[in-house]
Design a protein around this ligand. Structure first.
Ligand code: BGC
Length: 373
């Protein structure tokens, strides 16, 4: 699906070198660098940047990480910005976008709630001359000028491989694996599933693993995830491994497993390296999570947005194919990292979570054991 993929280091380099202003009047951009916007653009006061986050319940990341890092990047750049959260409400999402544009936003960055409503927001913004960025989730059939995210198929692959590692360590024999997928309206959830099914399907086919229940969780709703997993476990009490698409869904499954005293026995995956997910790993209830360095994602997106707000036309380092819109979207994709008990410390060392928030109460001893100092 995707064409250009970058490692974190490469992406950072490409951003430094690649976000070259090429909107100058002369049309000759060869001598320009990222820090030297075109004369025409450089004179104008940068426009405002509007960001719409999706909700605050499907993952802790949006409010605790994305908002924080985007804010920091915009403040450092000295641009005007407005970050709002649609709280899962698609109508509110459109209203927020309209208000942002009325209030002078010239750049709009969105995390869509689904491709249909995302497209409506993007198309309307574009028709009013507002530059647009798809942040984290690609809007299928949309019109965003740029897309910034992680390699989401790679995220899923790490989850699949992580579950295999944990099941192997437990010497599971022909384990029944349940899949608790993300929202069916989130293109990322589709990509995560492609990634983990790429690992698990051959195991089902060979008979090494048995395919158990496989269901999507509407809107990544953690409460519904609990109900869905409860039904899965009733239907198939011998579930021996759970591929949960993020830490919130994983935690919902763990809560159900706890009631049957199966937590710790049945490995569960996750994503986002949330404090809760990492604590579940430290407790031995969660097998792994996927750490996405959101600071890098926010920095990359902010750099594009700031450049656009200055009237430049930055160049992204790669492209991603929007199969529905049949177009190549200029993109920056970052690399995810798998986290198990032994490298939870990497997430702390990277400054994504602090020792103070992670190593509370009973987790203090586990933190010491995991080498978190
Ligand atoms: C994001 C994940 C997040 C999920 C639920 C996905 O689009 O990539 O990081 O856990 O949405 O909010």
């Amino acid at each position: 699906m995707r064409k250009g993929i970058l490692s974190i280091g490469a992406a950072a380099a490409a951003l430094t070198l690649g976000l070259t202003a090429c909107g100058g009047e002369s049309g000759d951009t060869s001598a320009e660098t990222s820090s030297a916007p075109s004369a025409a653009a450089g004179d104008a006061k940068p426009g405002k940047i509007g960001v719409i986050l999706p909700d605050s319940k499907s993952s802790a990341r949006w409010e605790t990480a994305d908002r924080k890092y985007l804010e920091e990047a915009f403040k450092t750049a000295g641009v005007q910005y407005d970050i709002q959260n649609a709280q899962g409400d698609k109508t509110a999402f459109q209203t927020i976008a309209d208000q942002m544009i009325t209030n002078g936003a010239t750049v709009l960055m969105i995390v869509n709630l689904d491709s249909g409503t995302g497209k409506a927001v993007l198309d309307k913004a574009k028709s009013q001359g507002v530059a647009t960025i798809d942040y984290d989730r690609l809007t299928l059939g949309g019109s965003a000028s740029y897309y910034v995210s992680f390699d989401n198929t790679a995220v899923g692959k790490l989850q699949g491989e992580g579950l295999v590692k944990c099941l192997t360590e437990k010497k599971a024999d022909k384990p029944i694996v349940a899949e608790l997928n993300g929202s069916p309206t989130d293109n990322n959830a589709t990509l995560f599933k492609q990634g983990y099914d790429g690992v698990l399907q051959p195991k089902y086919d060979s008979g090494d693993y048995k395919k158990g229940p496989d269901q999507s969780v509407p809107d990544w709703d953690n409460t519904q995830a609990g109900t869905i997993f409860e039904q899965m476990l009733t239907q198939e009490p011998k579930i021996a491994g759970v591929l949960a698409a993020n830490d919130g869904l994983g935690n919902a499954a763990i809560s159900v497993l706890k009631k049957q005293k199966l937590n710790g026995k049945v490995p569960v995956t996750g994503q986002d390296a949330t404090v809760q997910g990492l604590q579940n790993i430290l407790a031995g209830d969660q097998c792994m999570t996927v750490y996405k360095a959101i600071k890098k994602e926010a920095d990359a997106a902010a750099q594009l947005a700031v450049s656009l707000a200055k009237g430049e036309q930055p160049q992204a380092s790669g492209t991603v194919k929007d199969t529905e819109g049949n177009r190549d979207v200029p993109s920056v994709l970052l690399e995810p990292q798998a986290i198990f008990f032994d490298n939870v410390k990497d997430v702390v060392a990277d400054g994504f979570v602090s020792k103070d928030e992670l190593c509370t109460g009973d987790f203090a001893d586990k933190c010491t054991e995991a080498g978190i100092s």
